[in-house]
Write a protein that binds this ligand. Structure first.
Ligand code: XMP
Length: 485
């Protein structure tokens, strides 16, 4: 909405919040319960600062809990679409129809209200509460996702009508401004960047390349655990089309040999992470004169590395592409540090990166290393790449790719019996996985038409040698995770 905003961890002091003089405060959603002993609570006085507050999902439960209401554990949770009925009009709902579709993702629910609060909306549960005098508005659903029909309107109402915020953050001049800053900072020195083919590192690379041209040297490490033809596509898109210098390292054998015999997911992650840093480090020494290491760090990464780690942080050890070769004493160059993902995408499109590349789904650092379940070998990776490629192609063909948040195929180390022609087969099982999510902390499986799934399954079984059975994953997160390992 072109309004400057910052994300702060839940335990930010009131002093710090006040010093920023915010026009409004949004308390976000989150995966835990306000009733758990290690719940992330804010100071109660936050509601006494005279600053408008919007609580979303966990933010609503938090508000209710802190101000004297009661939050109870839901029986089964509510995920996905729900019908919202506005029962009491208020400034947050200006211009919103009485009945509309919203997106829910919660277990707990507000049972009793704090004093001086009223119910503003219902779905199956209490879906909205407010205290107009104090400018505190809360909703159980997620107005920030596109599935919530009037969600954007509600956020606009909060930001512009209730908080009276000004539009003071425009992307239009961002590219020119940042290009000038990069030139100034880098001078005639050289910059190296780990290009992964993902959105963030690609947009950072194109932006830096626009600023300093051939002074930028990209390193692309093919771990052998990437999607089908990833290296080739990166060279075509960024090497040929944008004329960037890319050092392409085929390290697949190295990765596969280190992974041989290892089936524990966390062990595989560690090996892949370690190997990646080692390969990148070795490669970067080829460019001794380099003074800067560029990274596609975006604003949420900055927050993640600053904020207090919750219990969810240890579920899986994540690693991101790019390790800093320490003894090279490189300075960091992070031109996307201030941007949210949607802004990075806009900048990417403005720089001329094709739409489909800028809107790719996230891909985990350890790649297919954690999507071939159990032991990884070259043959299984190849089988998975083919199956995954078919699924993704069908998503694009059916205009479904951008309607889901992350979609991929998993290869199980399970063989089953099938029949093809007159032959008995005994081959692997593939699982098609697709998740819809706002924040990757909670997710539902995508509700695809049967015909679509049938076609994907037929194509995979008929076209990929090594797979004779396809299953569709219908688990939500929690309790499942999006990846299988
Ligand atoms: P889960 O499986 O935890 O995934 O529900 C949530 C999101 O995180 C991604 N993911 C990873 N990303 N390194 C990464 O860079 C990892 O080890 C890793 N594990 C999961 C996953 O793809 C999804 O987007």
């Amino acid at each position: 909405m072109e309004v400057y905003s910052e994300i702060l961890p839940f335990n930010t002091s009131l002093e710090e919040i006040k010093s920023k003089n915010p026009a409004g405060i949004i308390l976000s959603g989150g995966p835990s319960s306000v009733n758990s002993p290690d719940a992330h609570l804010v100071e109660k006085e936050l509601f006494e600062l005279g600053i408008p507050v919007l609580g979303i999902c966990y933010g609503m439960q938090l508000t209710a809990h802190l101000l004297g209401g009661n939050v109870k554990k839901g029986e089964k949770g509510e995920y996905g679409k729900a019908t919202l009925e506005i029962t009491k009009s208020n400034p947050l709902f200006t211009g919103v129809s009485r009945f509309s579709t919203v997106w829910m993702s919660h277990f707990d629910e507000v049972e009793t209200l704090p004093e001086n609060f009223e119910i503003s909306a219902k779905s199956g549960v209490i879906a909205g509460i407010f205290n107009e005098k104090k400018n505190i508005y809360c909703v159980q659903f997620h107005p920030e996702v596109s599935h919530s029909e009037f969600g954007a309107r509600m956020l606009e109402n909060f930001v512009f009508q209730i908080c009276k915020a000004e539009k003071n953050w425009k992307l239009t001049n961002y590219i020119e401004k940042t290009v000038a800053e990069i030139r100034e900072k880098v001078g005639n020195d050289k910059v190296i960047l780990g290009l992964s083919g993902g959105v963030d590192s690609s947009v950072a690379a194109v932006l830096i390349h626009k600023a300093i041209g051939d002074q930028l040297q990209c390193i692309f490490v093919d771990t052998g655990l990437l999607r089908k033809d990833e290296g080739k596509k990166v060279m075509e898109n960024y090497g040929e089309h944008f004329h960037m210098n890319i050092d392409m390292v085929d390290a697949s054998e190295r990765f596969l040999s280190k992974l041989a015999g290892v089936s524990d997911p966390e062990e595989k992650r560690k090996i892949i992470g370690r190997e990646f840093v080692a390969v990148f480090d070795e490669e970067s020494h080829k460019f001794e004169g380099a003074k800067f290491l560029a990274q596609g760090t975006i604003y949420p990464d900055v927050i993640e590395s600053q904020s207090v780690k919750g219990p969810s942080a240890v579920i899986k050890s994540h690693h991101n592409v790019g390790g800093l070769p320490e003894e090279m004493k490189l300075q960091l160059l992070e031109p996307l540090r201030e941007l949210f993902k949607d802004e990075v995408r806009k900048v990417g499109e403005e720089l001329g990166i094709p739409h489909h590349l800028v809107y790719r789904h996230p891909f985990p650092g350890p790649g297919l290393g954690i999507r071939v379940l159990g032991e990884v070998d070259a043959e299984k990776v190849k089988i998975l790449q083919e199956a995954d490629d078919i699924f993704i192609e069908e998503l694009y063909k059916n205009d479904l790719y951008e309607k889901v948040s992350q979609a991929f195929v998993v290869l199980l180390p399970v063989k089953s019996v099938g029949v093809m022609g007159d032959e008995r087969t005994y081959e692997y099982t593939a699982v098609v996985r697709s998740a819809n999510t706002t924040d990757f902390m909670t997710a539902t499986f995508s509700h695809f038409p049967w015909e679509f799934l049938e076609n994907v399954s037929n194509r995979i079984i008929n076209e990929v040698k090594g797979i004779n059975r396809v299953a569709y994953d219908i688990s939500s997160k929690p309790p499942a995770t999006i990846e299988w390992e």
